[in-house]
Design a protein around this ligand. Structure first.
Ligand code: GDP
Length: 301
């Protein structure tokens, strides 16, 4: 089993194994599979609209006698999922060659933002790239210290100011340092929580303005971190952030701990933003590029 599929095991158990169990012993599939499928998809946080689309695909094929057994149903579902998740996308973040590539990382506290930044830094390092981290979540001393630990572990530079300092100043210095030191990638952490949405919006806008003073077309990527164990709430968070700023990539963390992996589908469909990576554990190599085919197989194979 690939690491990707291993990470989606709980979701696989819920949907694919659930379906197989439900039709066990039945030679032919009929419309009664619809109810079971609906229940399993909703439980896996696929969401109402996407679930309906998948159900329509299956019932139509069954009524037209195009599919007659579970294998064929699963194949039809896999094809549909691949089609649903094929959003037009620019280059994958790992292949974005702008230099230095400036990445702003946003997301609510606790979703795995710091961990993901560390893992992402490691990925770029593995490609032989020089990485600088910017500790611009200045509201929590612990966030700065944790990022420092990751910087040491991964072996990259970090730009940090003291707790409570202006996040935009940290971002500015980090990007400046990136240019001066010939870095390939600058990854900037941001606050996960402010008193109001307006504050968060103002702060992110200011950071973007200040970063653009150093590199006019930066930040190049804005990566939203979402926690898969939050299921449908992750989707609501995503919509909120999309109102605030232009998200280019999504990372869905903690897929290993949940059967709610179906939430990928409504997130991608409703935001029209690709999932760049999924987090499947706490270790530095537990960040896996998202693969549509493997994802479809994890759900329906
Ligand atoms: P932040 O507050 O968003 O910066 O969150 P942290 O990076 O501190 O992560 C919160 C917790 O989630 C930590 O205990 C991480 O080890 C854990 N975590 C992060 N990503 C994953 C993941 O993909 N899988 C699992 N199982 N745990 C994760």
């Amino acid at each position: 089993l690939s690491k990707f599929k291993q990470g989606l095991k709980k979701t696989h158990s819920k949907i694919a194994e659930g379906l197989a169990t439900a039709v066990l012993g039945k030679k032919e599939i009929d419309e009664s599979i619809e109810e079971t499928l609906e229940e399993l998809l909703i439980e896996a946080d696929v969401g109402i609209d996407a679930t309906q689309e998948l159900l329509d695909t299956v019932t139509e094929k069954i009524s037209r006698k195009e599919v007659g057994d579970l294998d064929a149903v699963m194949r039809a579902l896999r094809e549909k999922v691949v089609e649903m998740l094929s959003v037009s996308k620019e280059s994958h973040i790992l292949e974005d060659s702008r230099k230095p590539l400036v990445i702003l990382v946003v997301g609510v506290n606790g979703v795995g933002k710091t961990t993901t930044i560390g893992k992402l830094a490691k990925k770029f390092k593995n490609e032989g790239k020089k990485v600088i981290l910017g500790a611009a979540d200045t509201f929590r001393a612990a966030a700065i210290d944790q990022l420092e630990i990751w910087a040491q572990r991964v072996g990259c530079d970090i730009v940090r100011h003291k707790e409570g300092s202006d996040p935009s100043a940290v971002a500015f210095d980090a990007v400046k340092a990136g240019v001066a030191r010939g870095a390939d990638v600058v990854i900037i952490d941001t606050a996960g929580r402010l008193h109001t949405k307006e504050n968060l919006m103002k702060q992110l806008e200011k950071m973007k303005r200040v970063i653009a003073k150093v590199i006019p077309d930066a930040p190049h990527r804005i990566v939203l971190i979402l926690d898969a164990t939050n299921g449908q709430n992750a989707l609501s968070q995503a919509k909120e952030f999309q109102k605030i700023t232009g998200i280019t990539d999504i990372v869905l963390t903690k897929l290993d701990g949940t059967a709610k992996g179906g939430v990928v589908i409504p997130i991608v469909r409703q935001l029209n933003v690709p999932v760049a990576f999924v987090g499947v554990g706490e270790k530095e190599d537990d960040l896996i590029p998202f693969n549509v085919e493997e994802y479809a197989e994890s759900l329906f194979e």
